[in-house]
Design a protein around this ligand. Structure first.
Ligand code: PLP
Length: 398
């Protein structure tokens, strides 16, 4: 009954999800407290109190038929205006409600913009390692995802390789900053150089290239690291944001696309994106959550709590002799798999009830990803297991 495409997807279901299921199986066998699940980027910290209150206030203060009713496909105009005003304050921009399209999370936003811009066979370039769902999102709209490896060691985009990979069928470059799975943040110099390169290659090839900046981790940065505002580096940028991670609301499915007026063919892109949001079946972003987030655009994630986890995990694992990328954003630690085989290493880790995701699932073989959006207590309890794993791998404490 199911399509050939879905048969393949059912056969090779997500390694992250599989690991999550494995966690539940091991928890039933050994007890939840003895399983150390670093697989899923599901924030362990609750949404800020302000968000909980806003949801209750919307329901008690706003008219029910309005809150729960249909609206323009782009979302409530006053909510979009509030998001635009907030961005203007933060980035010195000049956006209005007409630049903000409320979406069903980042996943919904990416699908909406890809549906808007792709013709069958168009290429979307991304930088490996990358968020595993990108392949599905691009294929959904007839596109072809091509990955260009990041620079060895830094995991920053290899701009020369990217420039070379751009060809007549390139329609978009999709980046993720701060990055899942590496925790790397692209700084202003990198983003400006990326923008200049895209400008140059668009002119050379006589094509329009859209830069899609997927930023669900924008607010999660450490050590004073800042995420540059990409549309100020390249005019044909669409920013894809979500409150899933920054406000611990992944199940609520709320985010937005920022489509700048300066981009080529803006009014067509805007109109098409509104239609795409409708025809993909989203119709509009969840209305209650739109009303709620508009009341708490200044609410902050508990970045300090993630930071403590980050320092604890990075500090202890490097002390044990593991080699990790020092994460500056998001909530993932990217660690070299001793021996080089990420799948074999993840299996070894599983024997100690440590659930890590093999880097191959992100087109980053030889590495593993650990989500540290977990309870600090779980990290502490996992340390003896990591010590045993390090010993089995022949690592030496430093
Ligand atoms: N993009 C990246 C890089 C992600 O890591 C995720 C979720 O983990 C998403 C997009 C999807 O986010 P959302 O839950 O807002 O759809």
């Amino acid at each position: 009954m199911i399509s050939e495409r879905m048969k393949k997807l059912v056969g090779g279901s997500s390694a992250i999800r599989a690991m999550f299921e494995e966690g539940n199986r091991l928890a039933a066998l050994y007890g939840r407290e003895n399983v150390y699940d670093f697989s899923l980027g599901n924030p362990n910290f609750p949404a800020p109190e302000k968000v909980q209150k806003a949801i209750v206030d919307v329901l008690s203060e706003e008219e029910s038929t309005f809150v729960h009713g249909y609206m323009p496909n782009a979302g409530f105009p006053d909510v979009r205006a509030a998001v635009a005003a907030d961005l203007n304050t933060r980035y010195g921009t000049n956006y209005s409600a007409d630049n903000v399209l409320m979406t069903v999370g980042a996943a919904g936003g990416l699908n909406t913009i890809l549906c808007t811009i792709l013709n069958p066979g168009d290429e979307v370039l991304t930088i490996s390692p990358y968020f595993v769902e990108y392949g599905n999102y691009v294929t959904n709209h007839g596109g072809v995802l091509r990955a260009v490896p990041s620079l060895e060691g830094s995991f920053l985009p290899d701009l020369d390789a990217l420039a070379e990979a751009i060809g007549p069928r390139t329609r978009a470059v999709l980046i993720n900053n701060p990055n899942n799975p590496t925790g790397v943040v692209y700084d202003r110099d990198t983003c400006s150089a990326l923008g200049a390169m895209l400008e140059r290659r668009s002119k050379e090839l006589g094509i329009e290239i859209c830069l899609l900046s997927d930023e669900p981790y924008r607010e999660l940065c450490y050590d004073g690291t800042e995420v540059p505002w990409l549309p100020s580096c390249y005019k044909n940028t669409v920013v894809c944001y979500s409150w899933s991670k920054s406000l611990s609301l992944p199940g609520e499915r709320i985010g937005y696309l920022l489509i700048p007026s300066e981009m080529d063919g803006f009014s067509d892109v805007w109109s098409a994106a509104c239609i795409a949001n409708r025809m993909l079946g989203f119709v509009n972003a969840p209305s209650l959550m739109q009303r709620a987030v508009a009341r708490c655009l200044d609410a902050k994630a508990d970045v300090d709590a993630y930071d403590k986890n980050r320092k604890l995990l990075y500090g202890k694992l490097t002390e044990l002799g593991f080699s990790c990328v020092y994460p500056r954003g998001a909530f993932y630690l990217w660690m070299k798999a001793p021996g080089g085989d990420d799948k074999a290493f993840s299996d070894k880790a599983k024997a100690y009830n440590l659930l890590l995701v093999p880097g191959s699932s992100f087109a980053g073989p030889g590495w593993v990803r650990m989500a540290y959006c977990v309870s600090p207590d779980m990290i502490e309890r996992s340390l003896p297991a990591f010590a045993k794993l390090a010993e089995e791998c022949g690592l030496h404490a430093v």
